[in-house]
Design a protein around this ligand. Structure first.
Ligand code: ARG
Length: 618
């Protein structure tokens, strides 16, 4: 234990010996002080390994079940768990000053923290660590690449990409909160035959002016038009082919049809043809420029705009050689494929007959390149569950290539967003979604004229609160669940929504503004009079935040944080009924205000982790 820590614990009046188990973050997580103490004591009584005990300790959902609970069967001891629970609850714990009581309930042993320690440890920790409260250093010295967003530049940036972007941002933030060094990578869909088709479309009915003004929408329109022409052409070709075959004649595909032209164009791109590449590069540059403004509005940034086009021929060739030398490639009528000999994984084409690469091929090359460049300890792919098979194939290939880092790759997937169209029901572009959201939020804010006039910059507040609405509605459920987007539900101030959380934050800020206390009073407050049940409950919830971050990190599940925030804000609203600050004597008002401020810090930290900027007025 560091000297600083023992001094700190001593200052809190903790005289018990607290052992620094490697799984305990005594500096950053107040609950770990209790955990470490329990593990040490219980291991002496039960003979179990303290680490097994630490693993088994859980935070119960309901406060009446204690602050920590342990299912005795998890200790795998010989004997009756119920009896153990009863025996142990009577034995040692009640005499300790950290734990106020220990109860047996069936096979469970429940621990209740002592209120006075809870107050001192948790509130002092929040005041000392402020923005850092909730973070830990478990990933210190490790590097992760988080690949996310990754839209396709010729196609629309749809609701799924928005979901991806928000989720990826949280996954990246979560890693940072756990001490990892994070490299945020956007892997654009900027390569492939569809760019050949797009280029041909642009040559036919594109406009330079529109490309400069509104690249997404223009490229999208061109793409939709040329695609539908190409499809119509294919339908005709297929009909003609059928007819010819019925007559028993030999069919020859007509020349210069769009798909063949597109293929030829992409072939030129892959062979480095300058003019083909220069048009393609302009599409890419314009699109990235435009993406950047939108990402800025989403509060998201990337360390690199990579993409399928950035995968070098060398890394693909290298991958092919390794695959070949391990006997993994099968040749079939000019095409090259991998047969996984596995029902689920099936077969995958690696290069086409004309030698061009595919999405999967580029992903293999990209992974090699990324490892060369970054020597990552982990690489996270945030990609929709529709691509589960694709990523499973990719990871299997890396494993078969015997890269020792193959098992450091992780797919974080998510379900579909259904029904997200703009309010007018037109096609969805990110700009439209963002604009609609801000407009709608602005309308809602206007319904309270007095408050509205106090907001300094209503447009930007509307945008920020609107983003909170989208993010929270998106992350309320588990990421793997699909959900249906609803404009009305997510703006409701009373329900469990983003605006509700923002409102809770703004309300706490306003209390702080109206109170006479300054930070130095609050941080030095004496909490001994803070004994109401509501206050202690709020305190217990605040103490759980560092564990909530850790658990969200372990499962890569932002909903854990959202659920926590509703639990906390609901508890806070029951505090408002009882714990008044205004017109109270100083010695009562001060510790209450200090508690509210601590809650505001935790709420703000959690919102920022979710990619939401907390507002001070709304
Ligand atoms: N661009 C793809 C899409 O929009 C997602 C890319 C996912 N990442 C990857 N490395 N394959 O569907």
């Amino acid at each position: 234990m560091s000297e600083d820590l023992s001094r700190r614990l001593g200052a809190l009046g903790i005289t018990e010996k607290i052992k620094p188990f490697s799984d305990c973050n005594l500096e950053g997580n107040p609950i770990d002080i209790f955990k470490s103490y329990i593990a040490d004591q219980l291991s002496q009584i039960s003979g179990s390994d303290p680490n097994t005990i630490l693993d088994a300790l859980e935070t119960p959902l309901k406060p009446e079940n204690g602050d920590l609970i342990i299912p005795i069967p998890k200790l795998k001891l010989k004997g009756n768990p119920n009896n153990f629970a009863t025996q142990w609850s009577e034995k040692v714990f009640p005499t300790s000053s950290l734990i106020s009581s220990t109860n047996a309930s069936g096979v469970f042993l429940k621990f209740f923290f002592s209120d006075s320690y809870l107050k001192n440890i948790v509130l002092k920790d929040i005041y000392t660590r402020e923005a850092l409260y909730g973070q830990n250093e478990s990933g210190k010295g490790k590097k992760v690449i988080v690949e996310f967003s990754s839209p396709n530049i010729a196609k629309e940036f749809h609701a799924g990409h928005l979901r991806n972007t928000m989720l990826g941002a949280v996954i990246a933030n979560l890693h940072e909160s756990c001490g990892w060094k994070v490299y945020r990578m956007n892997y654009l869909g900027d390569w492939g035959k569809q760019f050949g088709l797009l280029a041909i479309g642009f040559e036919r009915f594109g406009s330079e002016e529109e490309l400069a003004n509104n690249p997404f929408e223009h490229l999208y329109n061109v793409y939709v038009r040329i695609n539908s022409e190409a499809e119509a052409e294919e339908v005709k070709i297929n009909a003609a082919k059928l007819l010819v075959k019925e007559n028993g004649e030999e069919y020859t595909r007509p020349e210069n049809n769009l798909h063949d032209l597109a293929r030829a164009y992409f072939h030129k791109m892959e062979n480095g043809d300058e003019s083909a590449l220069s048009l393609w590069k302009r599409f890419r540059d314009y699109s990235i420029q435009r993406f950047k403004t939108n990402y800025a509005r989403l509060n998201v940034h990337f360390d690199e705009y990579s993409g399928e086009s950035q995968v070098s021929n060398e890394s693909i060739d290298k991958a092919m050689k390794i695959l070949d030398s391990k006997g993994l490639l099968v040749r079939d009528d000019g095409a090259v494929l991998i047969d996984f000999n596995d029902k689920k994984l099936g077969k995958a084409i690696i290069t086409k007959k004309d030698g061009t690469t595919l999405y999967l091929t580029r992903d293999i090359g990209a992974a090699l390149q990324r490892y060369e460049d970054h020597k990552f300890d982990k690489m996270v792919y945030v990609v929709a569950s529709q691509q589960d098979l694709h990523l499973a194939q990719l990871f299997k290939i890396l494993e078969k290539m015997e890269y020792p880092w193959a098992d450091r790759c992780l797919h974080v997937n998510y379900g579909l967003v259904k029904g997200m169209s703009t309010r007018k029901g037109t096609a969805v572009f990110l700009d439209d979604i963002l604009k609609d959201t801000a407009d709608k939020m602005h309308e809602v804010m206007r319904t309270n004229e007095t408050k509205y006039h106090q907001v300094q910059n209503p447009e930007s507040t509307a945008h920020i609160v609107g983003m909170a609405a989208i993010i929270v509605s998106d992350m309320s459920g588990k990421r793997n669940n699909s959900y249906t987007f609803s404009w009305d539900r997510m703006f409701n101030f009373e329900g469990d929504t983003g605006p509700y959380l923002q409102y809770a934050h703004a309300r706490l800020c306003s209390m702080e503004r109206n109170s006479e206390f300054r930070l130095e009073h609050l941080s030095a407050a004496d909490f001994s009079s803070l004994n109401e049940r509501q206050a202690i409950n709020l305190l217990r919830i605040l103490s759980q935040y560092p564990d909530v971050v850790l658990s969200a990190f372990k499962t890569q599940e932002p909903s854990t944080i959202v659920t926590y925030l509703f639990k906390m804000t609901h508890c806070m609203s029951s505090c408002y009924d009882v714990l008044w600050v205004a017109n109270q004597p100083h010695h009562i008002a001060l510790p209450r205000m200090a508690l509210y401020r601590a809650a505001r810090v935790v709420l703000g930290n959690a919102l920022r982790l979710l990619g939401i900027t907390p507002v001070e007025r709304m």
